[in-house]
Design a protein around this ligand. Structure first.
Ligand SMILES: Nc1ncnc2c1ncn2[C@@H]1O[C@H](COP(=O)(O)OP(=O)(O)OP(=O)(O)O)[C@@H](O)[C@H]1O
Length: 297
């Protein structure tokens, strides 16, 4: 984790009041910032709207309302020269499947002024990717490694990744997270990546943005989130209506209950030493908040 002294006071991405309505789904009034120089993880369960939000940032989904600014430019107008500074890793295959990785690279590289052939070769070797292999013959993991290689080889200052760890084995997932940690050492670099694997964020994220059913639940410094929320565990006899109201979500077991409280200090005042307190993981927070149904109370 990087130190606060490295923090820039500007956001690489600034989203205000973003609303997008589809027939059966809406992104509703989303506002948050992605701080420059840090790793922000975008989390939410399946169908929460992570991909739609990332596509809107990339100018691939046009919002009905609201504004999105990326590196100081309006998202819908991220054209030409400006996209030089963004490395985008989609969760869909965006390459010509029947080309080899080398052929595809020859098409992509000329678009980038800062294309670094040496760096490209370095990553191809590191990821053990064979340039002559056709993209259609690559496994999901190989395609992700190839996307990361192309994205990093033009020295972007902003890396936007949609579910980059999905379908990867645990060894490469860990290597990839280390790679991101290296990339972010360069102070001007920023990463936004979406995942529903919260353990990825436990390892590398500085900030966490949580969306559910198209709404923003919170967007905060990860350590502050982990300090603020608390898991409360107690015996069944304690679990009355008043206690339930204090918890964002409750799971009952045969002997007792565990639940999530959003304010550690207040929880300690209310529950005293009758219960046990535990630091939650991001997965706990997501689980209880999604299951608890009190997200927007
Ligand atoms: N072009 C579209 N037209 C209609 N509905 C859409 C469109 N794009 C996305 N949606 C809907 O928006 C919702 C959110 O989808 P999205 O892919 O953004 O979620 P996600 O959080 O990325 O999910 P997952 O983790 O499963 O990939 C879904 O209900 C999806 O069907």
């Amino acid at each position: 984790m990087r130190t606060m002294s490295a923090m820039s006071d500007t956001n690489a991405i600034e989203i205000k009041g973003l609303t997008k309505n589809f027939d059966a789904y809406s992104l509703s009034d989303i506002s948050f910032g992605v701080p420059r120089g840090y790793i922000t993880g975008l989390i939410g369960p399946n169908g929460a709207g992570k991909s739609t939000l990332i596509k809107a940032i990339m100018g691939m989904v046009v919002p009905d309302r609201g504004s999105i600014s990326v590196l100081g430019h309006e998202a819908g107008h991220l054209k030409g020269a400006f996209k030089q500074d963004i490395g985008y890793i989609s969760d869909e295959n965006i390459y010509y499947e029947y080309l080899s990785m080398e052929q595809m690279k020859r098409i992509i590289a000329p678009f980038y002024e800062k294309w670094d052939e040496e760096l490209y070769r370095k990553y191809m070797e590191l990821f053990e990717l064979s340039p002559r292999k056709k993209i259609k013959d690559c496994s999901k993991g190989m395609k992700t490694k190839y996307s990361i290689t192309l994205a990093l080889s033009h020295h972007p200052s902003l890396l936007i990744m949609d579910e980059p760890t999905a379908g990867l084995d645990p060894i490469f997932r860990r290597e990839m997270l280390d790679l991101l940690a290296d990339y972010i050492q360069e102070e001007k670099n920023t990463i936004l990546f979406s995942t529903h694997l919260t353990t990825d964020l436990d390892r590398v994220a500085d900030y966490v943005t949580f969306i559910n059913r198209g709404r923003l639940v919170f967007s905060d410094n990860k350590d502050e989130v982990m300090e603020k929320y608390v898991i409360v565990k107690g015996g069944k006899e304690l679990l009355d209506g008043d206690i339930r109201r204090e918890l964002l979500g409750v799971r009952e077991t045969s002997v007792g209950f565990e639940g999530l409280a959003c304010d550690r200090e207040k929880a300690m005042e209310i529950f005293g030493d009758e219960v046990l307190y535990q630091r939650p993981t991001l997965e706990d927070i997501m689980y209880f908040m999604v299951k608890g149904g009190k997200l927007h109370a």
